[in-house]
Design a protein. Structure first.
Length: 345
């Protein structure tokens, strides 16, 4: 059983934190990684994958999480004036692979606009996910046979710079007792969300751990005290360890956002550019023009190019490897076309 559990720990480099090493080499770590201006969502291609003969049938794909998964082309309408080519990881999989995340539409709060099976909400934390009922809504869809495969990715906003949750740990404003209560509360909330969906019916699940931003250049510059950063890193590590244990005990797949497997390292040059199909994407730059790795918003969400790579690493590879799906990886050319950096034939 332990060997099976180890196999399911699908280590990756998350696009929530890559740091440059000192000696002139890129050392990959982790980085953070809407209706189109009121118009309809892009028309997806027909589904272009088939489940392996040993896999169970695919009904639909559901998502719980935050702004990393909330549609860019919905209410947040990211990327002006490049909105038509600003897509997140999920939107590119709908567009390119025809994956079924449900019908596009506008729904009452807390849903807003987006795909029916995508419950992710910008700014969500582990607790607000529970408060808003993401897990309950998705569980109903599982019980109804609409959703058979689920990705859960939440927790970055519990340790974020933009909302002060990282700073209060770093500078000690959050006492040791309060920090421990926060960690235990997050573990309880994530466990409740996972168990609620699993109990609803047959479902295959991937859970992504929380990226530790403590080692990213932005964080080190803003928060130079190593002891303070280590305090935050320790809390993140404790939650992540619990998530791994949870996944092991439920026999589901966990994607470790802090894994040291530098899957993207061969793409990087010494200047921090990532090479995608002959185009140079400035990983650390913020701006809505698609050669920038990150969008020009308060968080610096991954742009379309990085989101395409993220789709492969966080979604396609784990579901293919562990649940027998034959979803084709997004090609560099497709990612560049989605970003508006290459013309479609």
């Amino acid at each position: 059983m332990q060997a099976n559990h180890s196999r399911r720990r699908f280590f990756i480099i998350a696009l929530a934190g890559l740091a440059l090493a000192v000696l002139g080499v890129i050392r990959v770590r982790q980085w953070l990684l809407t209706p189109f201006g009121g118009e309809a969502a892009p028309t997806p291609t027909p589904a272009t994958f088939t489940a392996a003969s040993t896999a169970e049938p695919v009904a639909g794909f559901g998502v719980m999480g935050d702004s990393l998964s909330d549609e860019y082309r919905a209410d947040n309408n990211r990327g002006e004036p490049y909105t038509a080519t600003t897509l997140n990881w999920m939107e590119q999989l709908v567009l390119r692979r025809g994956l079924n995340f449900g019908e596009w539409g506008a729904r009452d709060e807390p849903r807003r606009a987006g795909y029916e099976y995508n419950w992710a909400r910008a700014s969500a934390t582990a607790h607000s996910l529970i408060e808003s009922g993401q897990h309950l809504g998705l569980a109903r869809q599982v019980a109804n046979g609409e959703v058979s495969h689920v990705l859960m990715w939440v927790g970055a906003n519990d340790f974020a710079i933009w909302n002060g949750t990282y700073k209060e740990i770093y500078d000690g404003a959050l006492s040791d007792d309060a920090l421990q209560a926060k960690v235990e509360g997050m573990i309880a909330d994530i466990t409740l969300a996972v168990d609620t969906v699993l109990a609803a019916g047959p479902v295959r699940m991937v859970v992504v751990t929380i990226p530790d931003i403590s080692i990213t250049p932005d964080t080190i510059l803003t928060f130079p005290n190593q002891a303070g950063r280590q305090r935050a890193a320790g809390a993140i590590a404790e939650v992540n360890a619990a998530v791994v244990a949870l996944a092991d005990s439920r026999d589901i797949v966990v994607v470790d956002a802090n894994g040291a497997l530098a899957v993207l390292q061969p793409r990087f040059d010494k200047l921090g550019n990532i090479h995608i199909g002959g185009e140079l994407i400035n990983f650390f730059a913020k701006g809505n023009e698609p050669h920038n790795g990150r969008l020009d918003d308060v968080v610096g969400h991954p742009g379309t190019a990085l989101s395409g790579l993220l789709a492969n690493i966080v979604f396609v590879e784990p579901f293919d490897a562990h649940y027998g799906l034959n979803i084709t990886l997004l090609s560099d050319n497709e990612i560049l076309e989605d970003a508006g950096l290459r013309l479609a034939p």
